[in-house]
Ligand binder design. Structure first.
Ligand code: NAD
Length: 375
C-alpha cells in the first residue's frame, strides 16, 4: 500500500501575499538573502505583516553553508520566534528548513508554522521535505530529508519571479526539468508523481525558453513557477536519482550553480540509465519510461531507443537555445582540475541519498566515466 499525503497548503495567485495579513500576534523570523532583502521583494512580504512582529535574517548565500544555519538559529532564539517565513530561491528556503530542524534539537526552539515563498522557479523546495546544506570544510552538500522540514504553506506569486535574470532563469528552469526526468524513472516512481512529471515536462519545453528570452513574459513565468512547484511535489513522492547525486557531490567541490551542473549531466546520465545496448530493447523498462516522456513533448515513437534519443536531442537543443554549457570545460573549469577530483566526487555521489533511487545502480568506475564524459 502507498500512503500519499500533501502536507503543504498552496496559496497561488497575484493576491496570495495579502493572505499573510491574517497572521496576528506572531513572532516571525524571516530568512532570505541580501539581494532579496535589498531589492524590495522582502518589503512586499513585510508590508503584509501588520499584526505581527518580525525579524529579517538576510545573510543566506547560494548553496547555504552550515555556519549560516548556526548563525540563523542563534538569531532565531534571541528573537524568540514562533513562525518562520523563508523568502528566496532554494538556498534561503533550504537554510530556513535546516534552522527549524536543528533549532529544535540544539536550542529546543518550537516553530509553530513554516511558510515558504519562492522567488525562483527551480527547486520546488517550497513543497518538499528535502533541504541541501553545504559543509564547506569537507566540500560536501548534505541532503537533509525529513517530514519535519516540510513547509506548512507555500505561497506562489508570479510577481516575485519577474526579476530573475536570464542565467538564473535558465539554470533554475533546467533544474525543474531534471527533477521530473529523475522522478519519472526513479525506483520509487508512482502513478501520482507520473501525472505531475508528464505535465511539467511539457510546461518546461513550452515556456522556459520564452521566460529566458523575455523575462517580462508573465504567462511563461507563471507556467514555470507552477511547473517548479509541481516538480517538487513529484520528487517529494518519487525521489530523485544519480543526476542529483553527482550534482550535489560535484557542485560542492567545483562551485557550479546547481541547475547548470544538473543540465551538463542530464544527457549523459539518461544515456547511462537507459543502457539501450544491453538486453532486449522492448524489455528495457527505463528506456520505455524515457520514451514516454519524450512522447509528452510532441514526438511519437514506439521504439525505446529512438525515444531515448529524442529526449536527449530535445534536452541538448533546449540547453543550446538557453546558451548553457554542454561540458564543465565550456563552463570554464580546467579538465585536469575536474579529473583530479573524479574519484572523490564519484565516491560522494555514490553515498548521496538521491543516488539510492536511481533506476540503474552505478559503480564508482561508471560515475568516474560519466565525469570524464562531461569534463
Ligand atoms: P539560489 O536560491 O541560490 O538563488 C540564486 C541567485 O538568484 C541568488 O543570487 C539570488 O539572490 C538570486 N535570486 C533569487 N530570486 C531572485 C529574483 N526574484 N530576482 C532576482 N534574483 C533572484 O538558487 P536556486 O536555484 O533557487 O536554489 C539552489 C539551491 O537549492 C542549491 O543549494 C540546491 O542544492 C538547492 N536545492 C534544493 C532542493 C530542495 O528540494 N530543497 C531541490 C533542488 C535544489
Amino acid at each position: 500500500m502507498e500512503k500519499i499525503h500533501f502536507a503543504t497548503q498552496l496559496w497561488i495567485g497575484d493576491d496570495a501575499l495579502s493572505e499573510l495579513q491574517t497572521m496576528q500576534g506572531k513572532k516571525i523570523f524571516i530568512v532570505t538573502d541580501p539581494f532579496i532583502a535589498e531589492s524590495g521583494l522582502t518589503a512586499q512580504i513585510t508590508d503584509q505583516l501588520t499584526g505581527s512582529e518580525y525579524f529579517i535574517f538576510s545573510d543566506i548565500v547560494p548553496d547555504p553553508p552550515v555556519e549560516k544555519v548556526i548563525a540563523g538559529i542563534q538569531a532565531m532564539s534571541s528573537f524568540g520566534a514562533d513562525t518562520i517565513i523563508a523568502i528566496g530561491g532554494g538556498s534561503a528556503i533550504d537554510a530556513a528548513k535546516a534552522m527549524k530542524y536543528f533549532g529544535k534539537r540544539t536550542m529546543d526552539l518550537a516553530i509553530e508554522q513554516f511558510i515558504a515563498i519562492p522567488t525562483t522557479s527551480g527547486t520546488g523546495s517550497e513543497v518538499t521535505n528535502f533541504a541541501v546544506i553545504t559543509m564547506a570544510d569537507t566540500a560536501t552538500k548534505y541532503p537533509l530529508v525529513t517530514d519535519e522540514i516540510q513547509p506548512d504553506i507555500a505561497v506562489l506569486d508570479t510577481n516575485l519571479v519577474m526579476s530573475v535574470p536570464p542565467k538564473v532563469t535558465a539554470d533554475t528552469g533546467m533544474d525543474v526539468l531534471t527533477h521530473v526526468i529523475e522522478a519519472y524513472v526513479s525506483t520509487n516512481a508512482n502513478g501520482v508523481a507520473d501525472a505531475f512529471c508528464e505535465k511539467v515536462v511539457k510546461l518546461v519545453f513550452d515556456n522556459l525558453e520564452s521566460a529566458y528570452k523575455d523575462g517580462s513574459n508573465r504567462e511563461a513565468r507563471a507556467n514555470m513557477h507552477l511547473a517548479s512547484c509541481m516538480a517538487g511535489m513529484a520528487f517529494n513522492l518519487a525521489s530523485l536519482g544519480l543526476n542529483h547525486g553527482i550534482a550535489h557531490a560535484a557542485g560542492a567541490r567545483l562551485h557550479v550553480p546547481h541547475g547548470r551542473m544538473n543540465t551538463i549531466l542530464l544527457p549523459s546520465v539518461i544515456e547511462f540509465n537507459a543502457n539501450v545496448n544491453q538486453g532486449v530493447l522492448q524489455e528495457n523498462a527505463v528506456a520505455k519510461r524515457y520514451m514516454a516522456l519524450a512522447n509528452c513533448i510532441g514526438t511519437t515513437t514506439t521504439n525505446p531507443r529512438i525515444g531515448v534519443q529524442n529526449l536527449i536531442r530535445a534536452i541538448k537543443q533546449l540547453r543550446q537555445r538557453l546558451n548553457m554549457p554542454a561540458t564543465l570545460s565550456e563552463f570554464g573549469l580546467a579538465k585536469a582540475d575536474v579529473l583530479a577530483q573524479k574519484t572523490e566526487i564519484a565516491t560522494a555521489a555514490l553515498a548521496d541519498a538521491c543516488t539510492e533511487t536511481n533506476p540503474r545502480t552505478p559503480s564508482i568506475h561508471e560515475i568516474e566515466t560519466l565525469l570524464e564524459e562531461i569534463s
